[in-house]
Design a protein around this ligand. Sequence first.
Ligand SMILES: C[S@@+](CC[C@H](N)C(=O)[O-])C[C@H]1O[C@@H](n2cnc3c(N)ncnc32)[C@H](O)[C@@H]1O
Length: 271
Amino acid sequence: MDRRRISALAHADHPIAAPLSDTSVARLLDRALRDGTEPDGAVPDGAERDRDVRDRDVRILDLGCGEAAWLVRAVEGRPGVRAHGVDLDAGTVARARDGIAARGFGDRVTLYAQDARAFVAEEPFDVVLCVGAAHAFGGLLPTLEAVRRHLAPGGTALIGDAFWEREPRQGTLDAGFEADDYTDLGTTVDRIVADGWTPVYGHISTTEEWDEYEWSWTGSLSRWALDHPDDPDSGEALRAAAEHRSGWLHGYRRTLGFVTLVLRRTPGRVR
Ligand SMILES: C[S@@+](CC[C@H](N)C(=O)[O-])C[C@H]1O[C@@H](n2cnc3c(N)ncnc32)[C@H](O)[C@@H]1O
């Protein structure tokens, strides 16, 4: 069964392809977009900031946008936001475009079906997102490098990546991870800071958010398989859901963490 079909079915009830609740996503976007409207680094008072967010044309980019769930939430209720998303998977992008058009955001969200590593834009962006897609760039630091290339001076990055909540045990490694895939949270943030970024907000996914994500992933795929017994993919879908659930429950639950950070460039470190 095509991995992309598995992913599309598995994310039916949890469109953000990362362990984050809608509330966490909304809060992170609020912080990132607020900071992204102040490219000179000035911090206006609350009233001015609110007006800024409403009236200003803010350009945001999502690298590895998947179904563009972050971008749809970013433009919802913010008429001044124009969003761009890049994803390698043409099928995912086509589905995302249909959803965006159906919601009436077609004129403000533009998607590109291409490799984000080769994406070139004419203008930089006020806010650049990359959540759960660091593997596309070969890890955290190359991801930050890619984000930096697209960021306007004074812009804001929103980066989500995994870390080890605790040392991975054999069950986690058996689920397909390598011990050096990630570092602990403190080291992860230290590496980002050493790369010239200052975290201005962050969110560490809770066990509840992880459980909701994984039960949705495995549950949606299983439900689809049970509802479509005649589909040639149903048996494989059920097996894929069971394997994923086992890898999670016997392996990485409470070992794999996920942190999403709102980042600004550290003065004096801007390249
Ligand atoms: C875990 S999903 C995250 C999607 C989205 N950021 C979210 O949080 O909902 C990772 C996405 O990265 C995309 N991807 C992987 N390699 C890529 C590449 N080289 N260029 C662009 N997208 C890529 C995949 O197709 C997938 O949609």
